[in-house]
Ligand binder design. Structure first.
Ligand SMILES: C[S@@+](CC[C@H](N)C(=O)[O-])C[C@H]1O[C@@H](n2cnc3c(N)ncnc32)[C@H](O)[C@@H]1O
Length: 264
């Protein structure tokens, strides 16, 4: 294509560093520069070899997100300087990750790239909270939905289309609009007693899980004080969460062991 650098757009997975792909790990080890955003966990950043430059585009001073155009420009300029860049994004770059926009910017500047998928938060949170996304007899399909529109625009979703009792709804970025989401689904015909869950920091040691029902999820989330990043899962499959749990109970047991060790 040209003698520019090369960009690998890489999914880092949902948090647990062992959920990164082998390819992602190899690319981190071969990179000149890693450009990462705020959802990439510190354990994953610790896997970047010393000597590899790191550029954070997650937050600016003052805690505002870096505008996407500025991120695109940063990656393009680094690539034009002939470097091997890993653009590391939380989860999967093409699932609510704006990866497509970054790759389009690279294309415009004739910069070669590859895309390495990652485990998206929907898969990570569901597996680590005991909720299969599909289950024979409970769910026939899965829908990944954004619970937040750009520039805080009103949530213009066809709720009647989405309110399907045979479908698992997985809502990214839905915490701030949670009551509107739950109320709209109930108004559109989904039963108020539909099982619903909210998972904070899924797949990490600080994972927290709230199991509830559609009409009570907001108040249970308020009570538990969950903070972003939070994944919302709505549907009959959530009823399996207690029975299929393997991670949350292990976390609680390890907390218990630590507490006991402190006391003794
Ligand atoms: C901008 S989207 C990025 C999604 C990412 N590209 C992916 O594939 O998972 C950010 C949203 O993903 C969800 N999310 C990402 N990681 C999460 C985690 N570890 N636990 C819970 N939710 C998570 C939250 O809803 C968060 O607001």
């Amino acid at each position: 294509m040209n003698n520019h650098g090369f960009v690998s757009l890489v999914g880092a997975g949902p948090g647990d560093p062992e959920l990164m792909t082998l390819k992602a790990l190899r690319l981190l080890q071969e990179a000149d520069i890693v450009v990462y955003d705020r959802l990439v966990s510190s354990e994953i950043l610790d896997m970047i070899p010393t000597g590899v430059s790191r550029v954070s585009v997650g937050k600016e001073v003052g805690k505002h997100c870096v505008p996407q155009e500025q991120i695109n420009e940063t990656i393009v300029n680094l690539a034009k300087a002939g470097r091997r860049i890993v653009r590391l994004k939380g989860g999967d770059p093409y699932t609510f990750g704006r990866g497509g926009e970054e790759v389009l910017a690279l294309k415009q500047h004739h910069i070669a790239f590859e895309v390495v998928p990652g485990i998206t938060a929907a898969s990570g949170c569901s597996a680590y909270s005991g909720i299969p996304l599909t289950h024979r007899g409970l769910s026939r399909s899965v829908r990944l939905i954004t619970g937040h529109f750009k520039n805080d625009e009103p949530l213009d979703i066809n709720w009647h289309y989405v309110a399907d009792p045979d479908c698992t709804l997985v809502i990214y970025m839905g915490l701030s609009n949670l009551s509107q989401i739950c109320n709209s689904l109930i108004e559109a015909g989904l039963s108020a007693s539909t099982p619903a869950a909210a998972i904070e920091n899924g797949t990490t040691k600080s994972q927290q899980r709230v199991l509830s029902r559609l009409d009570q999820l907001q108040s249970d989330v308020n009570q538990s004080g969950l903070k972003a990043p939070v994944m919302i899962i709505i549907g009959e499959v959530v009823s399996l969460a207690e029975e299929l749990d393997w991670f949350q109970c292990a976390l609680q047991e390890s907390d218990f062991v630590e507490d006991t060790a402190v006391l003794s």
